[in-house]
Design a protein around this ligand. Sequence first.
Ligand code: NI
Length: 233
Amino acid sequence: MHLPALLSAEELAQARHWLTQGPWADGRATAGPQAAAVKRNAQLAEGPAAQALRALVMQALERCPLFLSAALPRRVLPPAFNRYRGTGDAYGPHVDQAIRQHPGGPLRADLSCTLFLSDPGSYDGGELLMQSGAGTRGAPAQQAMKLAAGDAWLYPANTVHSVAPVTHGERLAAFFWVESLVPRAEERQLLHEMDLALTRLRQRDIDSAGAESAEAVALTGSYHNLLRLWART
Ligand code: NI
């Protein structure tokens, strides 16, 4: 799912400023052995810049209705930041670990998110590639994402994915994982579709005193009852 303009232009400028502060470390330090073998990038090390950037992204997520509706977040792993340089930095096909360490205890990664921070015209390559099932002749089908700066791509964390080599310029991004209140993707998807339709219905179906229709109230109840059935708190 595409989350357009997660960051405002001002926030984006602020984020880029902090990213120039560094310090940067080898990205392999935070990957398991299978992923480390195919990972070539740099990651922002702990410091004032990383702290400020994490706060900025977390604030942006909290005010994004599309993210909240689609992800139904229980906990979000504080974002990390990476840099791929045009000297062939890349991240080969890999899967993300199911369990991540969160300050509040182990976090189950249900969703992965990449927030693009560089203007797509400022670097060549660097697409986020997601494999989905079998394509033609048994080769995996692949979806390529290269979004505008400030836009994010939210996807199931069980997807085999990669970052294409950057051949020119510099690709900066934030990435993080989300543990959802609703672990099963199908259930989460149904709730999200229902929420989108319900939001439109509630806006349309309103009387002159601002009261919603009995049907809108009943369907809102059904949404919450499904969430009650499926949520793990
Ligand atoms: Ni990954």
